[in-house]
Design a binder for this molecule. Structure first.
Ligand code: 5RP
Length: 219
């Protein structure tokens, strides 16, 4: 296993400490979360089930014998566990590298505590080296792209990718993200945008950062 994968696995294992006994939890998407789902298999008796942020995670959870629950059939979740593409010390994030950003944002919003698990390569001083994913209604693709250019970004179409919601992704490169919360809102206000991968207004409550020595906690 690579050092980075080991760090992802460490962060994932550390999240087990936060499982609320007998409750339904929120589970995100990505390679770090896949390590978490692997661990969750052995701890499945502790939880009542999981709300998944993607079809891919739902399939993995089901394979571990974990009951899948619809978000509409539960109230506020006490915990949501998910990864990130970038994270700051202030626990603001870029997410959506795997294209599941909209469902991730919904579950994060519906959860009291968002525990973000990531390896140390994800920790950055300022967000924006990783392109910001934007989920867009297909017919609005060109319009949204022009609006993003007007904001100073370089949108690229994620060719051949369709989200679980049937939409497309534009990845925005080259944005100087000085005010993540403001940019998150500005992007959301473009007609045709479903959501964007800046998790700034509602960031993580706790970062578990896997390193070569162990797990660093921020928050
Ligand atoms: C998926 C996500 C993931 O959390 C993010 O891409 C990190 O993935 P990984 O754990 O594979 O590095 O936001 O939409």
């Amino acid at each position: 296993m690579s050092k980075q994968d080991l760090a992802k696995q460490r962060a994932a294992e550390a999240a087990l400490e936060f499982l609320p006994d007998g409750e339904v939890i929120g589970v995100g998407t990505g390679s770090t979360v896949n390590y978490f789902i692997d661990c969750l298999g052995a701890a499945r008796q502790r939880i009542a089930g999981a709300v998944a942020s993607s079809v891919a995670s739902a399939e993995k959870l089901a394979a571990q014998g974990i009951e899948l629950v619809e978000l509409n059939s539960v109230g506020t979740l006490s915990i949501y566990i998910d990864g990130a593409d970038e994270a700051t010390q202030h626990r603001q994030l870029i997410k959506g590298g795997g294209g599941a950003l909209t469902r991730e944002k919904i579950i994060a919003a519906a959860s009291r505590k968002f525990v973000c698990i990531a390896d140390e390569s994800k920790l950055v001083g300022r967000l924006g080296t990783f392109p910001v994913p934007v989920e867009v209604i297909p017919m609005a693709r060109s319009y949204v792209a022009r609006q993003i250019v007007a904001l100073g970004g370089r949108p690229t179409y994620r060719a051949g990718f369709v989200t679980d919601n049937g939409n497309i992704i534009l990845d925005i490169h080259g944005m100087d993200i000085l005010e993540p919360t403001q940019l998150e809102q500005t992007l959301n206000n473009i007609a045709g945008v479903v959501s964007n991968g800046l998790f700034a207004a509602r960031g993580a409550d706790l970062l578990l950062i896997g390193t070569s020595d162990g797990v660093r906690r921020i928050g």
